[in-house]
Design a protein around this ligand. Structure first.
Ligand SMILES: C[S@@+](CC[C@H](N)C(=O)[O-])C[C@H]1O[C@@H](n2cnc3c(N)ncnc32)[C@H](O)[C@@H]1O
Length: 302
């Protein structure tokens, strides 16, 4: 029996990302995905696309940039044309500059779009000034979504200095240079430990931990080992004032149910003060095919 399947249309979210002109998932299959960012089509590896079959082979010829893995996570880009310089796209709530990274990333994870909307909804719904902590904050998409929605303060933490510089540039491009954002280059675990001693806490936490990563001074982050204690620290940091928690992850062994349980256990009896939702994230093509793209768990105060 062939292991190639075509995913049926997902009846719950059959459309591509609505309202976004600058991003589109065009096709996926055979371990790769084809996406449009602004005017440029990009062809990249994507393990989640392994079990599927591309549906429009002709479209793949439009790719202007193609990434091939050479060893581990890193690889090589091949260009079939010019990329805009700067390459700036509008993600609805903010603008972001894209770059070809040696790991095949461009600086944005489009599957997060529904989470940016959810963050904005929470900020509008909670109706008090919110101080937010964004961990593993990368190029700032969630930070900017929160700032644009009127968060009173966003503390943006990432270990990579160049990534923080990129996030700051995205804030400028989004007209949010003067927004109340504190940019912190630090190891997440170290930062959180310090905040437990010295800060007055936070109203909400957003975290998008990778499977494996490094802190500012090479401290090892391993989701399988460190997520439980990090969630416990996040619960402590938000004690008595927690508005919401948003956890996303892309680690295959950690499905939405497992992550929901982990957050529920960290919250303990306080889980009942709000509602907790967990689901698989997906990107959709215009014809409604769904490409699995990680997991999301959301807790919000009732
Ligand atoms: C946002 S996560 C990537 C998540 C993405 N969805 C994925 O699966 O690739 C990556 C970010 O976490 C940061 N990071 C990794 N380990 C870290 C650590 N120990 N402390 C702070 N930031 C860390 C990296 O610098 C990077 O910007």
């Amino acid at each position: 029996m062939s292991s190639v399947v075509n995913h049926p249309a997902n009846p719950q979210s059959p459309t591509p990302i609505s309202g976004l002109d600058d991003y589109e998932l065009l096709d996926f299959g055979g371990g790769r995905r084809l996406e449009r960012f602004g005017s440029c089509v990009v062809d990249r590896p994507c393990p989640a696309a392994d079990p599927f079959r591309p549906t429009s082979p002709r479209r793949w010829r439009r790719a202007v940039a193609r990434f091939e893995r050479t060893s581990g996570d890193s690889g090589r880009w091949t260009l079939a044309g010019e990329l805009p310089e700067p390459w700036i796209i509008d993600m609805g709530r903010f603008r972001t500059a894209l770059k070809l990274s040696p790991f095949g990333h461009l600086g944005i994870f489009a599957e997060q779009v529904a989470n940016w909307a959810w963050i904005a909804e929470q900020i509008a719904r909670i109706e008090r000034p919110l101080k937010l902590l964004n961990l593993f904050a990368y190029t700032g998409a969630s930070t900017l979504a929160a700032a644009a929605a009127g968060a009173a303060e966003v503390v943006h933490v990432d270990a990579a200095r160049n990534t923080i510089a990129w996030a700051r540039r995205n804030a400028e491009l989004s007209g949010l240079s003067d927004a109340p954002i504190r940019w912190v280059v630090e190891d997440v675990r170290k930062f959180v430990r310090r905040e437990l001693k010295r800060s007055d806490g936070y109203d909400a936490v957003i975290l998008d931990p990778p499977s494996y990563g490094h802190g500012r001074r090479g401290e090892v982050w391993r989701l399988s080992k460190h997520l439980d204690p990090l969630l416990a620290a996040c619960v402590e940091l938000t004690a008595g004032r927690r508005g919401f928690v948003l956890l996303t992850a892309h680690t295959p062994e950690f499905d939405a149910e497992r992550l929901r349980r982990m957050l529920g256990e960290a919250l303990g009896h306080e889980a009942d003060l709000g509602r907790i939702d967990a689901s698989a994230m997906a990107l959709h093509t215009a014809d409604g095919r769904a490409l699995p793209s990680g997991q999301v768990v959301r807790w919000s105060q009732m």
